[in-house]
Design a protein around this ligand. Structure first.
Ligand code: PXP
Length: 255
């Protein structure tokens, strides 16, 4: 199974200070040398993390495929940038991250898919794991989908962590049996992946996957690729913090 590493989160940190540190291109090269199969980035309409120049640089310099997540509103920009793949996602300015799958009835979707196909960009649609959406995807002439794993990830957190005791508790499922919900969400993903693969679609998945829950999803053989960001970048802070402090102490002590 392939791993697309979403490096936007590096740019989130950079934007907090408006300096080029951490450098998104360094993140790209480290991800490549660590064995990532793909670099995934999300150019949001409000450019809250990566911007057009980052995106252009990553597409030009990346030695492995670049999967650019984007809303239909920036189709013209994506056509000019020509990434290996564009994953169309819904986007609301007020949301912290992509909260649900695409509305496949959106009139803009067809023209966006056609424009990208004409530019030889492989198009994928980020959809909720339901069979009607998968059938609709097939009718739209797209051959790759990414299943939204957010509901599964939320159920996993509520079932197997103490998140419900914190301010990060997932309010929408607080009153449900989280373990039961997890089973339902997992089965939805598994059924959806199987159904889509049988229709001839390539099936990716992503959102909210982390070191605890990834094993279940990676066990679904119909899925060929996972796109993961937040948990990898969050973990790298802790796997790297020890060395970063030692490097600074050494410089201070050697001065
Ligand atoms: N796939 C898609 C389509 C996304 O929108 C995101 C979030 O940008 C991801 C994967 C990665 O999600 P996370 O950062 O939660 O791992």
């Amino acid at each position: 199974m392939k791993l697309g590493v979403n490096i936007d989160h590096i740019a989130v940190l950079r934007q907090a200070r408006q300096v080029n540190d951490p450098d998104i291109l360094n993140a790209m090269y480290i991800a490549v040398s660590a064995g990532a199969d793909q670099i995934t980035i999300h150019l949001r309409e409000d450019r809250r993390h990566i911007d057009d120049i980052d995106t252009q640089n990553i597409i030009n310099l990346c030695p492995i495929p670049v999967n650019l997540e984007c809303a239909t509103a920036i189709t013209d920009i994506v056509v000019d940038l020509r990434p290996h793949r564009a994953t169309l996602v819904p986007e609301k300015r007020e949301e912290l991250t992509t909260e649900g799958g695409l509305n496949l009835n959106s009139p803009k979707l067809v023209s966006s898919i056609n424009a990208m196909n004409r530019a030889n960009i492989d198009v994928s649609l980020f959809i909720d794991p339901n069979l009607d959406d998968i059938k609709a995807t097939k009718h739209l002439g797209v051959n790759t989908i990414e299943l939204h794993t957010g509901s599964f990830a939320n159920a996993y957190l509520m079932a197997y962590s103490n998140i419900s005791k914190t301010k990060f508790s997932i309010k929408s499922i607080e009153n449900q049996d989280a373990k039961e919900l997890l089973k339902i969400e997992f089965n939805r993903l598994k059924t959806a992946a199987k159904f889509a693969k049988n229709l001839g679609l390539k099936v990716a998945a992503g959102h909210g996957l982390n070191y605890q829950n990834v094993g279940l999803i990676a066990g679904i053989s119909e899925i060929f690729e996972l796109n993961i960001g937040q948990s990898i970048i969050a973990r790298s802070v802790f796997t790297g913090l020890n060395q970063a402090i030692k490097d600074m102490k050494r410089l201070i002590n050697e001065a």
